[in-house]
Design a protein around this ligand. Structure first.
Ligand code: ADP
Ligand code: MG
Length: 253
C-alpha cells in the first residue's frame, strides 16, 4: 500500500519543490514506483520533472474542482517509475473556487484513494501557504515532511505550521504523522548553519532526518533543464544527499 507524504512549509524558498522532485526521483531510482502530485499553482515541480506546463491540458485543478479522475491526469516523466500529476497556473483559482464546495478539504484524499495502491510513494508538493490546497494535501497524507532552511529565523513560522497539523489531526485526518524535519541549504562554511542545526534538533529531537541537504549549485541548475538531479548530474553532491534521504525515508517505513 502506498505511503502519501506531503512536503509542506508555508514559507517560500525553503526547498519544498527541490525536495519533492528529487526525493521523488531518487525513490524511483532505487526502484520504488512514485507519483509526484503538484499542488502549487506555480507548477515548479511539474516543470522540474520535465513536463511543459504550456502543453498540459488537464491538471490537478481539474481533479480538485471538476471531479476528473486522478488516473486521467497522470503523466510519465523522464525518470523511469516516476509519474506526475501536473499543476498549471489555473490552480491559482482553486483556492477560492473550492471554498463553497462540498467536502472541500477532502477532495485530494478522495482522488488519490483511487490510485494509491498502484504506487509505493505519493509525494505532494505544497504551495507556500496554509490555505485550502495545503489543507487538502495534509488531509490526504499519511505523514508530512517539513523542509527547514538552515538560516536565521529557521524556526519562525513553524509553530503556525505545527498548529495547522494539529488541527488537521483533530478534525480531518487523525492518522497524520510528522514524518520528519529536513534541514536544507546548509552552508557548511558558516557557523550559523551549525547553530541552526542544533536549535532545530533541540526542538524536534529524533524527528530531524540524519541526512542534511547542503547548498549545491547543481541542485539549483537542474530545474531549468527539466531534470531531477539524479538525471542532470548523478555524480553531484546534491544527487548523493537526495539518494541518502530516499534511503532514510524507506528505512523509516
Ligand atoms: P520552495 O518550494 O520551498 O519555495 P524551492 O525548492 O523552490 O523552495 O527552492 C528555492 C530556491 O532555492 C530554488 O531556486 C532552488 O533551486 C534553490 N535550492 C533549493 N535547494 C537548494 C540547495 N540544496 N542548494 C542550492 N539551491 C537550492
Ligand atoms: Mg515550491
Amino acid at each position: 500500500m502506498g505511503q502519501i507524504l506531503a512536503i509542506a512549509n508555508q514559507k517560500g524558498g525553503v526547498g519544498k519543490t527541490t525536495t519533492s522532485v528529487n526525493l521523488g526521483a531518487c525513490l524511483a531510482y532505487i526502484g520504488k514506483k512514485v507519483l509526484l502530485v503538484d499542488v502549487d499553482p506555480q507548477g515548479n515541480a511539474t516543470s522540474g520533472v520535465g513536463v511543459e506546463k504550456a502543453y498540459v491540458e488537464q491538471c490537478i485543478y481539474d481533479v480538485l474542482v471538476d471531479d476528473i479522475e486522478a488516473d486521467e491526469v497522470i503523466k510519465e516523466t523522464k525518470v523511469e517509475n516516476l509519474f506526475v500529476i501536473p499543476a498549471t497556473i489555473q490552480l491559482a483559482g482553486a483556492e477560492i473556487e473550492l471554498v463553497p464546495t462540498i467536502s472541500r478539504e477532502v477532495r485530494l484524499k478522495r482522488a488519490l484513494e483511487e490510485v494509491k495502491d498502484r504506487f509505493d510513494y505519493i509525494i505532494i508538493d505544497c504551495p507556500p501557504s496554509l490555505g485550502l490546497l495545503t489543507l487538502n494535501a495534509l488531509t490526504a497524507s499519511d505523514a508530512v515532511l517539513i523542509p527547514v532552511q538552515c538560516e536565521y529565523y529557521a524556526l519562525e513560522g513553524l509553530s503556525q505550521l505545527l498548529n495547522t497539523v494539529r488541527l488537521v489531526q483533530k478534525h480531518l485526518n487523525h492518522d497524520l504523522k510528522i514524518e520528519g524535519v529536513l534541514l536544507t541549504m546548509l552552508d557548511a562554511r558558516t557557523n550559523l548553519g551549525i547553530q541552526v542545526i542544533e536549535e532545530v534538533k533541540k526542538y524536534f529531537q529524533d524527528k530531524v532526518y540524519k541526512t542534511i541537504i547542503p547548498r549545491n549549485v547543481r541542485l539549483s541548475e537542474a530545474p531549468s533543464h527539466g531534470e531531477p538531479i539524479i538525471i542532470y548530474d548523478p555524480k553531484s553532491r546534491g544527487a548523493e544527499v537526495y539518494l541518502d534521504l530516499a534511503k532514510e525515508v524507506v528505512s523509516n517505513g
